[in-house]
Design a protein around this ligand. Structure first.
Ligand code: PGA
Ligand code: ZN
Length: 414
């Protein structure tokens, strides 16, 4: 007998910043269950689907009790007794039930938690690991983890406008070796920060808070940590930067990637090219503001055959936006964050569009996270090239990497 939906329940919980978020509990008629929690971003793209917050009252208006009530009432009633054999069908019905372009009725936070919980319950119902239930054009490669080791921008209160400096252990063959490398270099970097007289306090995603001014100095510290960890810079481990350039564009359209700097889009393009020439940077995310298609286009033409250029705020996991970018020659990779769009199926649609356009994908956490590890199974299921989940430290970050270790073992047992 096909399983049907027996229960959809929700609860307001806290995320890693101590801000309220929503956890959803689902149960199917065959007893299978799924639990999932919504993450929350801070440096968001303008076109992200709406995160429903209570506005007034508790938690300075950041409560999600309205979203919780929507799930317990409207969503629960709507889906009770429905066939649960195809989670993509349930995602479609969820989008239909919301009925708005920006998901303001139910809230994308409520929707993503419902969607993920249902996919989990279905996986359990099929006695499959979640990644197998999601599996699309599965290419047997596990994603390379991107370890965020230095935080700036909106995720840290320091002098560094660029948001994330990440390790890319592309030259190491297994997940276990990549994760070991991330942890060893992170430990070396902690020593490096202490020796340089800097605090070893961390930002929202677990990377150290660099208090210097120059990007080149931050990169220098990271390179030294890679070398001291015994790894080959460029051969085994390279660097990625999420600039999150929405955060350092000035009102007059210029950019300040370092304090005191003021660059036009053309000058910023040159600045990025010089940086990529002088350092082992193999990936740049959001190097220009989401509205600066000209800047994005210039840099894409210059660097697309050399490095991975990832669109986050400009694409917001939206299939149509990725399609347009492919036609316009903007970026050559897309970040995928399920809560930017609202459901797992729409995230898979965005991935499929990226793949059709020859773009790579990076499945990503948010700066506000929970212990939920859905994105690890998602990254493996769709065969994404990368998984970005912050530092190799703090439970809400490492649980995603730990899940990759489990999947690596599940694959051997397959
Ligand atoms: P956010 O940042 O989760 O705060 O939006 C992550 C990112 O920009 O990739
Ligand atoms: Zn980003």
């Amino acid at each position: 007998m096909k399983p049907t939906i027996a229960l959809i329940d929700a609860l307001q919980i806290l995320d890693s910043r101590g801000s309220p978020t929503i956890r959803v509990f689902t149960q199917l008629s065959d007893g299978s269950a799924g639990i999932a929690s919504a993450p929350s971003g801070k440096s968001t793209g303008k076109a992200e689907k709406l995160e429903l917050r209570d506005r007034g009252g508790a938690f300075s208006g950041r409560g999600v009790l309205n979203a919780v009530e929507n799930v317990r009432g409207l969503v629960g009633r709507y889906f009770y007794g429905r066939d649960a054999s195809d989670p993509a069908e349930i995602d479609r019905a969820l989008v239909e039930l919301d009925g708005t372009a920006d998901r303001s009725n139910l809230g994308a936070n409520a929707m993503v938690a419902v969607s993920m919980a249902i996919w989990r319950a279905v996986a359990q119902s099929r006695s499959q690991p979640l990644w197998k239930t999601i599996a699309q054009d599965w290419d047997h490669n596990l994603p390379v983890p991107l370890f965020n080791v230095v935080n700036g921008g909106a995720h840290a209160s320091n002098g560094l406008p660029l948001q994330e400096f990440m390790l890319v252990p592309h030259g190491l063959p297994t997940t276990s070796e990549r994760i070991r490398c991330g942890a060893e270099v992170y430990a070396q970097l902690r020593s490096g920060f202490a020796e340089a007289g800097m605090s070893t306090g961390v930002g929202d995603e677990g990377g150290f808070i660099f208090t210097g001014r120059r990007v080149a100095d931050a990169i220098e510290l990271i390179i030294r940590a890679i070398e001291r960890g015994g790894y080959d810079v460029g051969g085994e481990v390279s660097l990625a930067i999420d600039a999150a350039a929405n955060g350092f564009r000035n009102d007059d359209g210029t950019y300040s990637p370092e304090r005191g700097m003021k660059l036009t889009s053309e000058e910023l393009c040159e600045w990025w090219c010089a940086l990529v020439d002088s350092a082992p940077v193999v990936m740049l995310e959001d190097p220009f503001h989401e509205d600066d298609a000209r800047g994005w286009g210039m840099l894409t033409r210059r660097l697309q055959s050399h490095i991975t250029l990832v669109g986050d705020d400009i694409f917001v996991t939206d299939q149509a936006r990725i399609h347009r970018a492919v036609l316009d020659g903007i970026a050559n990779a897309a970040l995928l964050k399920p809560n930017q769009i609202g459901t797992v199926s729409e995230t898979i649609d965005a991935w499929a569009e990226a793949r059709r356009g020859g773009y790579k994908t990076v499945v990503s956490h948010r700066s506000g996270e929970t212990a939920d590890t859905f994105i690890s199974d998602l990254a493996v299921g769709i065969g994404s090239e990368y998984l970005k989940s912050g530092a190799p430290a703090r439970s809400e970050r490492v649980e995603k990497y730990n899940r990759l270790l489990e999947i690596e073992r599940e694959m051997v047992a397959r």
